[in-house]
Design a protein around this ligand. Structure first.
Ligand SMILES: *Cc1c(COP(=O)(O)O)cnc(C)c1O
Length: 419
């Protein structure tokens, strides 16, 4: 039996079972966080047909877990967009103008994700005012500026998206080194917003870059919420800013935003699909995803920050309450400081009282039906990159759970921890 074949049945079964066990089952109040796992719109369920497991995402916005689920308004926008052909250039232009107006920046482009935006933004800095140069990336760049200045502690797993343009990184650590790093080949100053270390602040990064006439880019891909970040960094003076479309914005997974200066956004389009002879031709965003990204911007701007955060905290509290009398288990709430700034439930385990390691518990939940993915910080030895120390802890990411799933996670954890 596929339990998700009749989700409604499963939920009411869960509710009744828990009610019978004397557990109070609060009905989630989700007016603002409308994450209904809606009935299929029609047609076949291809996950079932392919034998692909639908999971409960108690992890977070991880790409490997397909990150977020689009809210109903975004799903509807995607599905409606699929019904009509349009002129791609017109759609790209209007979508960019609309997003720029809503996010109070000069210009915007819908990319195929934040990673694509890093490539297109770098290409833009290298080719601005020189459209034919777009054909030269990534290998024939000896005649172009191609040095990207970055703090050593801001080197990260997305470097390659920038290097795709044929640049070389120039690393700095101190403000003095930063000042001295500019040459006539400096093309961009890159900043990783969620970097935990680095002596140079975002404001300093912008000020020094601008004194040298070099554009600067802020990768804030995972940094919504808070919603106000969507305009904070462009207002701070960053020439380019990216957000992933499929993380906290809950847009299509293969969409993202590149926001910033008009001339740079225009130059970014030269390297973007559908321009064939360019570094970004493979970074195509289809009409459905462009429209979905616009709808996601509308959706996020209609949310109330306090309400969203309160809802996440209630989910964490409900799960914790369900587990409260298990010996050796201490719940706490952890809110990462920059990226993924939402309450996570951290369940500290006393190894003497809990007979399994957190990693073993993750495995059991992964293999159970329904399959549950806990946050991968679970059981991780060291803190870092905004994560708590969790060697003896289970971490539940509650923000991508759909209505009712917090109670399923609570019930399964209780079962696994009680044997
Ligand atoms: C997730 C992430 C990206 C990539 O975003 P996509 O939209 O998946 O391409 C880039 N940079 C950072 C810091 C991220 O967290």
């Amino acid at each position: 039996m596929t339990i998700f074949g009749s989700r409604r049945g499963f939920f009411s079964w869960t509710r009744n079972a828990m009610a019978a066990a004397g557990v109070s089952v609060a009905t989630p109040s989700l007016a603002a966080v409308d994450t209904t796992r809606s009935a299929l719109a029609g047609g076949e369920d291809y996950y079932d047909k392919l034998g692909v497991s639908k999971i409960i995402n108690a992890a977070g916005t991880f790409t490997a877990l397909t990150a977020s689920i689009m809210p109903p308004s975004v799903q509807a926008a995607v599905s409606n967009a699929a019904k009509y052909p349009v002129r791609l250039a017109e759609l790209q232009k209007r979508a960019g103008e609309y997003i720029a107006q809503r996010l109070m920046c000069d210009a915007a482009l819908v990319s195929s994700g934040a990673s694509a935006a890093l490539t297109l933004g770098t290409a833009a800095c290298m080719t601005v005012g020189n459209r034919p140069a777009a054909r030269l990336l990534p290998l024939d760049v000896s005649g172009l500026k191609n040095e990207v200045i970055v703090q050593k502690s801001h080197r990260y797993g997305y470097d390659q998206a920038i290097r795709n343009c044929g640049i070389r990184f120039v690393e700095v650590e101190t403000l003095q080194q930063y000042e001295a790093a500019f040459t006539d080949r400096s093309v961009m100053c890159h900043f990783f917003n969620a970097a935990e270390q680095g002596q140079i602040t975002a404001e300093q990064w912008v000020a020094v870059a601008h004194r040298h006439g070099v554009p600067c880019f802020n990768d804030a891909a995972a940094d919504v919420p808070p919603i106000s970040n969507l305009w904070k960094f462009t207002r701070m003076g960053f020439d380019l800013v990216t957000f992933s479309g499929g993380k906290g914005l809950r847009g299509p997974q293969n969409a993202g935003l590149l926001l910033g200066r008009k001339d740079l956004i225009e130059a970014a389009t030269w390297s973007n699909s559908p321009n064939s002879d360019s570094v970004g031709r493979g970074l195509k965003v289809a009409k459905e995803q462009i429209v979905g990204m616009v709808a996601a911007v509308d959706w996020i701007l209609a949310q109330d920050e306090g309400t969203i955060q309160a809802e996440f905290r209630q989910r964490a509290d409900r799960i914790a309450a369900h587990l409260k009398d298990i010996p050796g288990l201490t719940p706490e709430i952890f809110v990462p400081p920059i990226a993924n700034v939402v309450p996570h439930l951290v369940l500290r385990c006393d190894p003497a009282k809990i007979g399994k390691t957190p990693i073993e518990i993750s495995e059991i939940l992964r293999k159970s039906s329904p399959s549950i993915e806990l946050n991968p910080w679970t059981g991780r030895k060291s803190a870092g990159a905004g994560t708590p120390e969790a060697e003896n802890a289970i971490v539940v990411g509650v923000w991508m759970l759909q209505p009712g799933e917090d109670m399923i996670v609570g019930r399964r954890l209780r079962e696994v921890l009680s044997v």
